[in-house]
Every structure is written in C-alpha cells, then in structure tokens.
Design a protein around this ligand. Structure first.
Ligand code: GL4
Length: 839
C-alpha cells in the first residue's frame, strides 16, 4: 500500500526518506528533487526564486508529519481549541522560521552551500507575506507562534488577500504605493483545501414561516452566494511537535460564470459577477487605526467570519451531539471589532439553522466569545451604517436589533433613573444617520473584554468603555501584549542569541525570564565588551544595508536613533523631526558646537489616503536631503528613511538600534510592540508614559529609560483647560526657529506652501500636543547624548534592558489568555521516534 494510504496511527516515520530525512546528503537530494519535480527546472536554468521555492518545499515536507499528527491528536481527543479570528496576520517570512523551529538551520546551510548556493541570498527571495497593516496584525502572528510553542490547540482564521499591504517606494521624497503581488510565483507554504469550501450568503431579505412543530421561525433568502476556499499554512511551535494551522479564506464565485449571459453573447456580463465575488479577498485595506467604512470591507469581515464559524461548528459536531456545549470545545477570540459580526452570525446560526431558543443561543454565544480592544482613538472605533447592514446582512440586523432590545431592557431595569445611559450603551448610534457600533456588539456578546497594556485597560475602563465596565466589571481584563523571542531575538539577532546560549544554554527561548540569570555578569568587563561588539556588528550590517539601498554612508559609531512604525500623527514622527531641526539649527548657529554624531533612521508606511502622514514622510526626506548634504554638519547628523518597512526589514533594524523612539502622545498608543522588540535587542527607549512603555520602564528600571513628556492625565487636563500651541511657539526660541525654518521653505527649495498644512495644524490645533512636549523631549535627548558618550554606562543600561524583558514574551501573554480567558490547556503531540531537537 502506498505510504499515504497507511492509517495515521500506523504511519511509520521513515528515517532518511527523501521527504522527512534530515541528514545533509538527504537534504541536498530533497532540494534537487523538489527543484525538478515541483518546479520543473534543473540547476542550469533555475533562478534564485526557483531555488528558494525548492528549499521551501523541502522544509514544508518536513513539517507535514508533525502537522498531520497534531491534527489527529486534536481530532482524537475532542480537545478545546482556541480560534483566533483576525482580519490581519503579518506572519513574516516562513523559511527562516521553519529552519529554526525544525533545528535545521545549520544543516540546510551546509546542504545549500554544498549545492553551490548562498542560503542568505535564497532567504531574501521569499516575499514577506504582508497580510496586515502593523502592530495588530503582527501581534496575531506572534500569538500563533506562542500558541504552537506552548502546545495549545489553536487555529488562526483570516482572509487570504491576493494583494497584501502595498509596497512603499519613494518618489522625490514622497511615498508612492505599488501593489504587493506576493502570490506571483505561487506560495509553497499553503495547502488549498477546496473540499472544505463553505458557502457564504449576502443580501436579499428575510421571511417568517412555520416549522414542522408549528413554531414561527425566520429564514434568510439571500440574493447572492460566494464560496470560501480554505488555504492552510502550517504554524510550527519551537521545540515541540505541535504544528497548528493558519486557515485563510479565499473568495470564489459560486458559478464560474453566468451561462445565460454567455449564451446570449454577453461575454463581459458573463464574468462580471464572478469578478465581483472574487473581489472580496482581493486586497487588504491599508489603514491602521482608521476604519474605511466601505461596503467591501464589511463584506470581507462577514465573509471570513461566516466561513470560520461554519468550520468551527462542523469540527464541534463531529464529536458532539449538539451545540449547547460549544464553549467547551471552542474559545473564539475577536482580534478587535473587525470580526465582531461573528456574534450576530453565531446567534443567527443557532436560532435559524439549529432551532435553538434565544436564551440558550445567547448563553452559548457569550460563553464562547471574548473580545480584545486595540485602540482608544475615537475615530478608529468601527461603526457601520444601518442602511448598509440592512442591504448586505438583513437577518443580522434583525438579530442585532433584538440583542439590543433585550440589552436595553436590562439596563433600564438595572438603572431606571439614568436616561442618558441607554443612549450611550445602545448598540445603535441614533444621532443623525443610524449606525451599528461594533465595539458595543463585541462587549455585550463576549464574556471577556481586554485591553493590551495596563494603561490602555485602565483608560478603557475609565473612558472608552466606561459604561460597560460599570455594568460588568468582572468582564474586564488586562493582557499586556508580547512578542515572540523566536522571531525577534533568535532569528533577527543570531549573534546575540549565540552569545546568550553559550552562557546559559537555550532555555531562555522558551522562558525569557531566564535571561535575568545573565545579570550576574553585569560587572564583568569582558561580557560587557562582547555585548558592545555585538551591537556594533549589528549596526555595521544595517549601515551596509543603508549604503546599498539608500546610497547614504553612515558612521556605525554614531547613535542609531530609530523610529519605525506606521506613520500617524499621534505617534509623532514629526516630533522626532523637530529635534533633528533643533540640532541642525544649533550647528548652523555655531558650526563648531559639540554635538555627538547621530543617525536618525525612520521607517513606516502611511495609509494612502492619509494626507498628513504622507506629508510627514516628505518632511523627513526633505530634512534629510538638506542635513545630509550640508558641509557645516560635517556628517554629525544623518537622516535616513528606509522605504517599505515590514517584518523582514524589522528583523534587520531592531538589533542595530541604540535608541528606540516611542514618543506617542500619552494615552493614544494602546500598547506598542515595536517598543518591546527594540528593548529585547538592547536598545534604550526614549518615550512617554504611554502604552506598554510604562511597563517596559518598570521592568528595565527607571534609571535605564529616558522618560519625557506629559502623562495621559496631564494631556487630558491641558486639553480641557484650553490648550494653546501658539503660547509654546511664542515663548520658546528654539521651537520658534524650528517652525520658522520649515515655513520659510528652507527644506522645500523655497516652496513655502509645501509644508504649510503640517505647520498650520501644529500652530493652530496641535491635536497631539507636540509643542507641549517639545522642550521636555529636547532636554531628554540631551541626556541621551551625554549617556551615550559614557560607553560603559550605556552598555550596562543596554544589557539590563535586554535581560529584563522576559515579561514581554508573547508566551507570557498567551499563558494569561489561556488561564484567565480561554480556559484551555496544552495538549502535547507525541511523535514516536521523533524528537525535533535531535532531528
Ligand atoms: C494597535 C495599536 O495601535 C498598538 O498600540 C497595539 O500595540 C497593537 C496591538 O495590540 O494594536 N491597534 C491598531 S488598530 N493597530 C495597532 O497596531
């Protein structure tokens, strides 16, 4: 019998079989074999992409036995599974990650080199799957890594966008967007499963009818059906046999095309419907912290949620006779409100398709869902117009109205004297055009609601979700974000990782708190010198990259002062620019002034429709153009904008940073996760008391953190008392000089109009209070420069930052979710005769 037909439980793991063997000669053979059979190429005609693909297949083959065994283990034991629903997953490149998880890095390097190729070059061929915008999508990916590493049964559900986040290029200092064709050469990491396709309905109307028992029921008569095809990508854990799936849905038309139209000669019309259906999973909306309110976006949300829920129910019913105990086999996490329509969809399924009564259906729903809020910005809270809802999802709107009716009845019973309360809590916003408030739906339909850092959760309770907190204080949790040390230390910073492991072994990779053991070396000059050399080495690597891609030569001994993240006014990249211009002005006034050399590095994408963010990018580049060339500067200041910041560029950047810029207006950044990646790699943070900065500072020690700026409370008070940015401008000479220099056209070839919108917005509104924090920031930056000049002291601070970041491993975060929200346990996957470490 062919091996594939041997039942799983009898399936022998064949050592040195071409698809599973891991000796160097077998790997070489498998690599060549995949090139030939999967790609139809031989060495002489193969491109680098082909070699990369052949290598990717070689690794995927080696993941499959563990993947299938993981599936079988869950299936056999009817385990409780975490379902992480997210419109975004920024997974980063897979190949390097598989190499470290399978412990095959060294052997593959040897196999590839013996084949006359360069592994690093092949790794660079992999497109970075950019199915997300920024922190929220990357968090989902870190969580999947930790779930698999902690051996938690989990499935990530999302959308298989054909075009991910756009590719950013610079044209004359302006951002331009190029479509991200990440699937152009095919995707070796995914397995399509058309046999598990799911129908998703849209539009139409509802009608009542009587079922066989004479009960009045409602059914949805949809206008259109789209098919969701699942594509599975393996998510391997580190040092475990667990390989969980990331299941992304692709939209396809239900009929290939309309034959009536085709036969009538209307060829365009025959394919138009098909194209419209397939548009649903075409492209990721490139907005971070700003919803778009477009019909297609709601279609995307409902599409992936409907597919995922049907899939979850199917899995549940395989081993359970009813849905009454759904919450015993499923914990569904809503990553922000993007999948919140799931609450109405599960209710609809339970009521209409499974005939369950309202109260039971509602109990099941609430016990199954939990919701994570990721933003406090009021403009970022999603709401959908009732009209659009009615048009696309008429039955869901009815369900939402009924949820709301019962909810408001309760509220009126609990608080009979508070008229305002009902209006504030209602799932429907009623002033002017009516909207469905998705965060409200998520709060009432979940048993747990959490923020993503201590301050954020506190502000949710005090402000954004205050009324819900008053109703259900026990529903609220804090789950401070974390990031995976596998990608953000081991893969990004191999030199530092090797240094750690040479001292304490590699247990730190699964228990990051262990790094604290290394504090014993803090007074050892040799240890500190080695640390310093590793940082310098990483800086040189980044300097080489900047020379190659930006044509800018920088001094690796200068302070690498870095801000990489989405461009947004609340994140205040322009405050960083005000500092650069301040230093520049000082040099222009006195070219011999003593200024410690700095390299200011920026990276990040602006939403294509966000004019002010794009203008900030232009300003950074315009200032760089002047500063980098001015002979008076004598190379002491360099400004570099690295285009197309993404996960793989992050992997190069974090290890090379001295200073991490985390300078958002206090109370605006829910958590931040880049702040954690920098600190883990030994950068010091200059930051406000915002998001997770506060907790990073507590862990690192106050003396190892550069703090400046107003607190969230002070921001709030200053705003309520009438904030006047012009007061700061008029009373601060340096600030005035900086603003005047921008206004004068100095950075825009004399054009005084170019930056006027940015200048005016600061001078007359300054929503994010740059002026209020300016002096404190400038003073703090002076402390940074002084500290850096004492190299021993700086290295010490850098080391302590890195060693004390154990809390920010996403393993800690996921453990908390498992114990306090999901109530799930680890389920180890046993593989006879297979130990990944000795593989
Ligand atoms: C974000 C927050 O802005 C960011 O602070 C947080 O770290 C991240 C993950 O929780 O979520 N919210 C949105 S929207 N985009 C983000 O990156």
């Amino acid at each position: 019998m062919p091996e594939s037909l041997i039942p799983m439980n009898e399936c022998p793991i064949q050592i040195e079989d071409d698809r599973t063997g891991t000796s160097v000669p077998t790997l070489k053979r498998a690599f060549a074999d995949n090139l030939f059979y999967e790609l139809g190429k031989y060495e002489a005609i193969a491109s680098k992409e082909d070699f990369y693909m052949a290598l990717a297949y070689t690794l995927r083959d080696r993941l499959l036995s563990r993947w299938l065994k993981t599936f079988k283990t869950y299936d056999d034991n009817n385990v409780k599974i975490v379902y992480y629903l997210s419109a975004e997953f920024l997974m980063g490149r897979h190949l390097g990650n598989s190499l470290i998880n399978l412990h095959l890095y060294d052997r593959i390097r040897q196999a590839v080199e013996e084949s006359g190729l360069d592994l690093d070059e092949l790794l660079e061929q992999e497109p970075d799957p950019g199915l997300g915008n920024g922190g929220l999508g990357r968090l989902a990916a870190c969580f999947l890594d930790s779930l698999a590493t902690l051996e938690i049964p989990a499935v990530g559900y999302g959308i298989r966008y054909e075009f991910g986040i756009f590719h950013q290029i610079m044209q004359d200092g302006w951002q331009a967007e190029i479509p991200d064709k990440w699937l152009r050469f095919g995707n070796p990491w995914e397995i399509p499963r058309p046999d598990q396709a799911i129908d998703v309905n849209f539009g139409g109307h509802t009608e009542t009818y009587h079922d066989e028992k004479g009960r009045e029921r409602i059914r949805w008569i949809p206008a259109k059906t789209v098919i969701g095809i699942p594509y599975d990508t393996p998510v391997p854990g580190y040092d475990t046999n667990t390989v969980n799936p990331l299941r992304l849905w692709k939209a396809e038309a239900s009929d290939a095309f309309n034959f009536d139209a085709f036969n009538a000669g209307n060829y365009d019309g025959a394919v138009a419907d098909k194209m419209r259906s397939e548009t649903i999973s075409k492209v990721l909306y490139p907005n971070d912290n700003t919803p778009q309110g477009k019909q297609l976006r709601l279609e995307q949300q409902y599409f992936f949620v409907a597919c995922s829920l049907r899939d979850i129910i199917k899995r549940h019913l395989k081993h359970n006779t009813s849905l009454y105990n759904l919450n015993e086999t499923a914990a569904i996490q809503l990553n922000d409100t993007h999948p919140a329509i799931a609450i109405a969809e599960l209710m609809r399924l339970l009521l209409d398709e499974y005939g369950i009564d309202w109260d039971s259906a509602w109990r099941i729903t609430q016990k199954t869902f939990a919701y994570t809020n990721h933003t406090l910005l009021p403009e970022a809270l999603e709401k959908w117009s009732v009209g659009l809802f009615e048009y696309l999802l008429p039955r869901h709107l009815q369900v939402i109205y009924e949820i709301n009716r019962r909810f408001i009845e309760d509220v009126q019973r609990w608080y009979p004297d508070d008229d305002q309360l009902v209006g504030r809590l209602s799932l429907i916003e009623e002033s002017g055009e009516k909207y469905v408030r998705m965060a409200h739906l998520a709060c009432v339909g979940s048993h747990a609601v959490n923020g993503v850092a201590a301050l954020h959760t506190k502000l949710l309770k005090q402000d954004t979700l205050r009324d819900f907190y008053k109703l259900w204080p026990e529903k609220f949790f804090n789950k401070t974000n974390g990031v995976t040390p596998r990608r953000w230390i081991l893969l990004s910073n191999p030199t530092l990782s090797e240094f750690y492991s040479s001292k304490i072994g590699d247990g730190w990779l699964k228990n990051l708190d262990k790094l604290r053991q290394l504090e014993a070396y803090i007074d050892d000059p040799e240890f500190c010198e080695q640390w310093h050399q590793i940082k310098l080495y990483n800086k040189k690597l980044l300097a080489d990259y900047m020379l190659k891609f930006n044509g800018i030569e920088v001094d690796p001994h200068s302070i690498f002062d870095i801000q990489v993240k989405r461009i947004h006014e609340y994140k205040r990249q322009h405050l960083d620019v005000l500092h650069i211009i301040t230093l520049y002005n000082r040099i222009k006034q006195n070219p011999n002034i003593n200024i410690y050399p700095r390299t200011f590095i920026f990276g990040g994408k602006a939403a294509p429709g966000y004019f002010m963010a794009k203008l900030i990018i232009k300003l950074i580049n315009a200032v760089g153009e002047v500063v980098n060339k001015d002979p008076d500067v004598r190379g002491r200041l360099k400004v570099v904008f690295l285009s197309n910041f993404n996960a793989s560029l992050g992997q190069r950047i974090y290890p090379a940073a001295d200073l991490s810029e985390q300078i958002s207006t206090a109370g605006k950044e829910a958590s931040g996760t880049g702040n954690m990646k920098f600190a883990m790699n030994g950068s010091l943070t200059i930051g406000t008391l915002d998001g997770a900065n506060i907790e990073i500072r507590e862990e690192a020690g106050f003396e190892n953190f550069f703090l400046f700026g107003l607190t969230a409370e002070e921001v709030h008070n200053l705003k309520s008392n009438g904030y006047k940015p012009s007061d700061y401008y008029n009373h601060n000479q340096e600030l005035k000089a900086v603003m005047d220099r921008i206004s004068s056209g100095y950075f825009s070839h004399g054009d005084q109009e170019m930056f006027k919108p940015l200048v005016d917005s600061l001078m007359y509104h300054d929503e994010y209070m740059l002026f209020a924090d300016y002096q404190s920031y400038i003073d703090c930056q002076r402390q940074v420069s002084l500290a850096f000049q004492d190299s021993k002291k700086w290295t010490r601070m850098s080391i302590l930052n890195a060693l004390r970041m154990g809390k920010f491993s996403s393993d800690r975060t996921i453990n908390e979710y498992c114990n306090e929200i999901w109530n799930v346990k680890s389920v180890p996957v046993e593989m006879e005769g297979y130990n990944p470490e000795s593989a």
